[in-house]
Design a protein. Structure first.
Length: 113
């Protein structure tokens, strides 16, 4: 049973923008901090950004000032707005519901130079 559904990845040139979306059930969304992680080929999965139920956020140093995580409580959806993308941002991006340890299926983001 799919708990988290991601969308919004794609191919973009360096300097461009993408917005990722992660839709969850109300039960999951209201009860859990949510995070975005990414995994590049040959590298470990790493935290990109996270948000609590109350809206507090934190970011990896590599994306501070460029990425923004947000929650839409009416839509039970968490977003990752990615601006000023760099080739090193290329990875599969995953949504995660921390309290349930649920992962999304992943969405590919490719940034060309």
């Amino acid at each position: 049973q799919v708990q988290l559904v991601e969308s919004g990845g794609g191919l973009v040139q360096a300097g461009g923008s993408l917005r990722l979306s992660c839709a969850a059930s109300r039960r999951i969304f209201r009860a859990s901090p949510m995070g975005w992680y990414r995994q590049a080929p040959g590298k470990q999965r790493e935290l990109v950004a996270a948000t609590t139920s109350g809206g507090s956020t934190n970011y990896a140093d590599a994306v501070k000032g460029r990425f923004t995580i947000s929650r839409d409580n009416a839509k039970n959806t968490v977003y990752l707005q990615m601006n000023s993308l760099k080739p090193e941002d290329t990875a599969v991006y995953y949504c995660h519901a921390d309290n349930f340890d649920y992962w999304g299926q992943g969405t590919q983001v490719t940034v060309s130079s």
